[in-house]
Write a protein that binds this ligand. Structure first.
Ligand SMILES: NC(=O)c1ccc[n+]([C@@H]2O[C@H](COP(=O)([O-])OP(=O)(O)OC[C@H]3O[C@@H](n4cnc5c(N)ncnc54)[C@H](O)[C@@H]3O)[C@@H](O)[C@H]2O)c1
Ligand SMILES: O=c1ccn([C@@H]2O[C@H](COP(=O)(O)OP(=O)(O)O[C@H]3O[C@H](CO)[C@@H](O)[C@H](O)[C@H]3O)[C@@H](O)[C@H]2O)c(=O)[nH]1
Length: 431
């Protein structure tokens, strides 16, 4: 089967790879000439373990090709996956301008039947909107279907998640589309849920919001654990053994970030408001998340007296390990606050770069952990990169001005760090 994937970011590139692995001929289309040039060489324009190797394999075998030529790409493929971004607008709603552009392009350029499938995360009702955008752009009424097939991959684990999904959600109200979609996914071994497009769209938001809720619940519980002198990780271990609760997403820390949870929780709250329903739990989920980084900084400020003229080393910029993505990363909020309070800030991340806009553009990422920690009054650890476990913390202590470690990801054992002479504070470790 010939497949067109529109948008070659995290989701688009991964989707292209999945269908090439399933034996389809895939075309990846993007408006960004630079990304397409890189992809044509088999080089990925973002960091995602394992994905580049698979892309290279399929680019070299000719299973995947990349282009910026919309017309040829749309006319040459009957199955089209929309994988463009749906960022937050200022009011918190999803910005559908890229999806609309793609729908209009398809409407204008199609010359025969197309199955249009939305993988981007889009609000309930978008399938109907896409249908009307395509129709409005058509010169002749060629037949088409629009289906919803939300994506559930995690950054850093995109290959694993996309090749072995927990479930495939197919939202379709056309028999022809459902049949085509089922045949596309026939060799994937996981439950396939066939439902309406609106239900599929809501399943995506409801899933992300639920996971975000688990995290904020644990983060709030961690604050209680600090007061009660209880280790929140032991509480999580005990809770997680109950299969009704499950052991994943119970890790307390400095809060969730990324390109999905923050925007999707806000978009769901707004969608509910527009339907006269207030999702009060989710309002609190956001509040806890937005104050969690400050909770860790309060502990650090208390210890140091103030941040003014102190040297603070921030370890980890990415919103989670194994990605270079810093969208909504808690580390950025930490850095901004520290700079506002006149601290000298150094930063180290093994992969991610600092944004090139204020206030971050005054800093640069250190070449190594040693450079970041030299003469530091404290370390604020924001991302649990495995490489931080391999640091020789005893040697590092000698480099520091004061051995204070504030661990926003609960990576280390408090007793071990204390034994090495560190003043150590995690989140929800007790005192
Ligand atoms: N990143 C994730 O882990 C993830 C996981 C599941 C779902 N999603 C959802 O999938 C969607 C895409 O996310 P992403 O992280 O891959 O986005 P991204 O920003 O990394 O990539 C989007 C790509 O679309 C391209 N694009 C924009 N307009 C275009 C157009 N008119 N024609 C062709 N290409 C165009 C951009 O140049 C960019 O390369 C979003 O809705 C997101 O919420 C993301
Ligand atoms: O117990 C936990 C688990 C995660 N996080 C944080 O939560 C954020 C999101 O992590 P994760 O969900 O692993 O990464 P994403 O790539 O954002 O993936 C989420 O968002 C994607 C985009 O919608 C979905 O496809 C995925 O299913 C969903 O997990 C990160 O900042 C993590 O540090 C915690 O603080 N504690």
């Amino acid at each position: 089967m010939n497949i067109l994937v529109i948008g070659t970011g995290y989701v688009g590139s991964t989707t292209a790879m999945v269908f090439a692995e399933l034996g389809c001929n895939v075309t990846g289309l993007d408006t960004d000439e630079h990304k397409i040039q890189q992809l044509k060489q088999g080089a990925l324009h973002f960091y995602e373990p394992g994905l580049e190797d698979l892309l290279k394999k399929h680019v070299h075998s000719g299973r995947i090709r990349f282009t910026t030529n919309k017309e040829a790409a749309i006319q040459g493929n009957d199955v089209i996956f929309i994988c463009v971004g749906t960022p937050s607008r200022l009011d918190g709603n999803a910005d559908l301008r890229y999806v609309k552009q793609v729908a209009e392009d398809i409407g204008q350029m199609m010359g025969e039947y197309k199955l249009i499938i939305t993988k981007s995360t889009v609000p309930v009702g978008t399938q109907e909107q896409i249908t009307s955008w395509v129709q409005a752009a058509q010169e002749k009424p060629y037949p088409f279907d629009v289906a919803s097939n939300p994506e559930f991959l995690r950054e850093g684990k995109a290959v694993e998640d996309a090749l072995n999904p927990d479930r495939i959600i197919l939202g379709s109200n056309s028999k022809r589309a459902t049949k085509l979609l089922e045949s596309l996914y026939k060799s994937v071994k996981c439950p396939i849920v066939i439902t309406t497009p609106r239900t599929a769209e809501l399943i995506k938001y409801a899933s992300n919001a639920f996971l975000a809720t688990k995290i904020s619940y644990m983060n709030e519980l961690a604050r209680l654990c600090d007061e009660m002198d209880i280790n929140v990780m032991e509480v999580a271990d005990g809770m997680g053994l109950d299969p009704r609760i499950g052991s994943s997403f119970l890790q307390a820390g400095i809060g969730y970030g990324g390109s999905c949870f923050p925007k999707d929780v806000s978009a769901l709250i707004l969608a509910a408001k527009q339907n006269n329903v207030q999702l009060e739990i989710l309002d609190k989920v956001i509040h806890v998340n937005q104050t969690q980084y400050a909770y860790l900084l309060d502990k650090a400020r208390e210890r140091l007296g103030s941040f003014a003229n102190k040297k603070l080393a921030v370890l980890g910029l990415a919103f989670k390990p194994d990605t270079d993505d810093t969208r909504e990363a808690p580390a950025l909020r930490v850095i901004e606050r520290l700079l506002n309070e006149q601290a000298h800030v150094t930063v180290y991340d093994p992969v991610a770069k600092l944004p090139n806009y204020p206030p971050y553009d005054v800093l640069s990422v250190c070449a190594d952990v040693e450079e970041a920690m030299l003469d530091a009054d404290a370390v604020i650890l924001c991302t649990e990169w495995p490489v931080f476990k391999t640091i020789n913390w005893t040697d590092m202590k000698r480099l520091m001005h004061q051995p204070n470690l504030f661990d926003g990801r609960n990576m280390f054992d408090a007793q071990d760090m204390n034994a090495m002479g560190y003043y150590y504070q995690g989140i929800g470790y007790g005192d």
